[in-house]
Design a protein around this ligand. Structure first.
Ligand code: CTP
Ligand code: CA
Length: 224
């Protein structure tokens, strides 16, 4: 028996999906990260797979398991995620659902940092991480036909996401309302607005799986 062959509108298409948080080392035993569970990115990878796409799933250390039937490329840091995305090109579409840490530690220690008994605190210096979405969006020859970003916002969701779309140069932004009380982080539902050149399309609150399926069918439509 060979591998299972899916027949669907994304047959023969290759899509890169980034997902989960990244972890940026402080020393060999400590890191900074964020609360992303990877649930939405995982659901998107599964929905694209179900429509027949070959999926390269570049994932930081997420709390949910990656889906079956996709090429899983595990990474820890934003730099590793960028390199993994580059290695996975070319692709027909890229969906950047990862919660990439905006900063890494510039003065990460090679050995575990120890209290020295003086009561003085270590000083962490930060350096900006590469913006993977902006970099992919601005590629010339290797740019995927459709580049989709996410924007987690707590206020003025459409306004912030619209300017983010322009700044980054991606085709679509899936704007997430993550204000307290929505339960988006770690929850199973999401309230999103799809921002494109045509404007803002507010979707009703629905399960992350349903958001993923709806987004996957829009992607299939756009790649037709
Ligand atoms: N993103 C990325 N690489 C980064 C930061 C963000 O690829 N270093 C992507 C995310 O995967 C997401 C989109 O960019 O698809 C928006 O992320 P967000 O954190 O909302 O945007 P930022 O430009 O980092 O702005 P903010 O200051 O609001 O965090
Ligand atoms: Ca950010």
């Amino acid at each position: 028996l060979g591998p299972e062959i899916k027949v669907g509108p994304l047959n023969g298409r290759h899509v890169i999906v980034t997902s989960g948080p990244t972890q940026e080392a402080i020393d060999p035993v400590r890191y900074i990260s964020n609360r992303s569970s990877g649930a939405q990115g995982t659901a998107i990878a599964a929905a694209l797979r179900d429509l027949g796409a070959r999926v390269s799933f570049v994932t930081g250390p997420a709390s949910v398991s990656p889906p079956d039937g996709v090429d899983v490329i595990p990474v820890e840091t934003a730099d590793e995620m960028r390199d993994a995305v580059e290695a996975a090109l070319p692709a027909d579409a890229a969906v950047m659902a990862a919660a990439v840490a905006d900063w890494k530690i510039a003065n990460a220690a090679g050995k575990k940092m120890k209290k020295d008994g003086s009561g003085r605190m270590p000083v962490l210096e930060f350096a900006e991480n590469p913006d993977i979405l902006a970099w992919v969006s601005k590629l010339r020859k290797r740019r995927p036909k459709l580049v989709v970003g996410f924007a987690a916002e707590t206020d003025n969701v459409v306004e912030h996401a619209t300017s983010k779309r322009q700044r980054k140069g991606c085709d679509w932004i899936v704007a997430n309302d993550v204000s307290p009380g929505t339960g988006t982080f770690g929850g199973s539902e999401n309230t999103v607005t799809l921002i494109s050149a045509d404007g803002a399309d507010a979707w009703p609150r629905m399960g992350k799986d349903e958001v993923a399926q709806k987004l996957a069918s829009r992607i299939a439509e756009a790649l037709k």
